[in-house]
Write a protein that binds this ligand. Sequence first.
Ligand SMILES: [Zn+2]
Length: 233
Amino acid sequence: MLIYDKNEYRVIRTNTLRCSCYIVSYNEKNVLIDTSVKAESKAIVKSLKKYKIDKLEAIFLTHSHTDHAGNARYLSDSYNCSVFIYEKGLNNIKNGICSIPNGVNFLGKAICFLSNRSPFNNFTEFDACEKAEALTDDTVKSYLGTDAKLAYTPGHTQDSVSIIIDSKIVIMGDCAVNFFGNKYPPFADDEKLLKNTWGELIKINAELYCPSHGKPFGYSEFKKANERLIKYK
Ligand SMILES: [Zn+2]
């Protein structure tokens, strides 16, 4: 779905179920942000084809969880493009492994409990991407121009980043979710950092905050969720 088309930027949200990925096009360059799980590789290619995108210049990962990094290797090989992740996530991507973060509510804790006991390690393992490189603000600007920037937004994981487009669109990975009105993610390695990240992201006063799980939401919705968070957590 096309979610932004202004000032030379075009942002598309892919039609994937486990993780919404975003395609940002600028100046004839296309960057895919996140790659979902392996089972959705075809769905991503389909989304790219639907919008007549036949080349990718780069893949940026918001963090190193399996449902974001699952097709980084496959797609970077298919489209012959580079893969970037914040330096703290580089080892995970190069080794194809991540850890399960702490559950912060009943749902998150239940998933952690079950996945730690699962005989299939598909929650923590994915195809290694040895050629991955460090994602910096310069990298973001080199592909997406000076009106795009990288924000280090830790809390969900230590390697979490957000990509800000045109000061209007925040592609935020799992810094927040959007399930039945709930914005607080079920998992966080460090809740104190996450709350600080929320404060910083709200300061941007963006038009649209784009999580990987659930639909994009506006500034006032995010601000209300933050006020509830400060009050009750
Ligand atoms: Zn995650």
